[in-house]
Design a protein around this ligand. Structure first.
Ligand SMILES: C[S@@+](CC[C@H](N)C(=O)[O-])C[C@H]1O[C@@H](n2cnc3c(N)ncnc32)[C@H](O)[C@@H]1O
Length: 269
């Protein structure tokens, strides 16, 4: 199934621009902002450092890292999509922050030219995540680091009375929509296979009890897509969503999902 995040520029210009505005707005939801906090804490950017943000999208994380590396630090946000970078570049300029259009598998950067790299929700959308991790090792200096954030839809848990339907909807979404939705649990293996060392794993859990975060909306989208692809009937979709809405109204809604944050070091040689 096609994945719009693999290269938003394959969409119409308007759809690509809407996708950029969508991830920017989404990043302001409390759960997304907290996940980004956890990633940036793990990356621990220091004043004066040079950091590259791979698959930077609308520049949400690049901007936050840029604020942390001042004075004299630099952040380069790289994305394959011109539409994403147009949105990023339309935001207020920040010292030391610039963007460049490039494929993260072939970066226009010298060897060992960065202290650190970060990549959030990029690897799940590419055919060769290890190719990107190898390229990141090339451009990060020895003993430099990478901090990666990836969700894992296989860890999504929802309290719902129809267990079989819940499994059917979530498993279908996990296996068929928007790339490799088990990327979170695969990060350690990919880092080790590409020569990164001292691989440290953290789990940040999205805990949704209301609609303020993104998980309830994401679950609704699962049902919409499952219906659109004839995986469930209209009655199944309506009934499943009605219970979610009831639980939200009554305050008994609970859904959770793990996001994996991996930090790894480039070995000395
Ligand atoms: C889900 S978005 C995440 C954006 C951003 N990291 C964030 O967390 O808000 C995935 C981004 O990866 C970009 N992308 C996909 N494949 C890429 C590649 N091979 N090289 C660089 N960017 C890529 C897409 O254009 C998109 O902007």
């Amino acid at each position: 199934m096609s994945n719009p995040w693999s290269n938003p520029d394959d969409l119409s210009p308007q759809a690509a621009a809407e996708l950029a505005a969508f991830i920017d707005a989404r990043s302001q939801r409390p759960d997304q902002s907290a996940a980004h906090d956890a990633l940036i804490d793990a990356l621990a950017p220091q004043p004066g450092e040079r950091v590259i943000d791979l698959g930077c999208g609308a520049g949400v994380i690049a901007r936050r890292v840029a604020a942390r590396v001042q004075p004299q630090g630099e952040v380069l946000g790289v994305d394959i999509s011109r539409a994403m970078l147009d949105f990023a570049e339309s935001q207020p300029a920040m010292p030391g922050l610039r963007y460049q259009q490039a494929d993260s598998q072939a970066l226009p950067c010298a060897d060992a030219s960065f202290d650190a790299a970060t990549a959030a929700r990029l690897l799940m959308h590419v055919d060769d995540p290890q190719g990107i991790l190898r390229e990141a090792r090339r451009i990060v200096r020895p003993l430099g680091r990478i901090a990666i954030l990836e969700a894992d839809w296989g860890t999504a848990a929802l309290d719902h009375s129809d267990r079989a339907l819940t499994r059917r909807i979530i498993d279908w979404r996990t296996d068929h929509i928007d790339g490799e939705n088990w990327m979170g649990r695969q990060l350690v293996r990919h880092c080790l296979a590409t020569g990164w060392g001292r691989v440290d794993v953290r789990v940040w859990a999205a805990i949704a009890r209301d609609d303020s975060g993104t998980l309830a909306a994401s679950l609704r989208r699962c049902a919409d897509l499952a219906f659109a692809h004839s995986v469930i009937t209209i009655d199944e979709k309506t009934g499943w969503l009605a219970e979610i809405d009831d639980r939200l109204a009554q305050g008994s809604f609970l859904a959770t999902m793990n996001e994996y944050i991996v930090v790894a070091r480039n070995p000395a040689t």
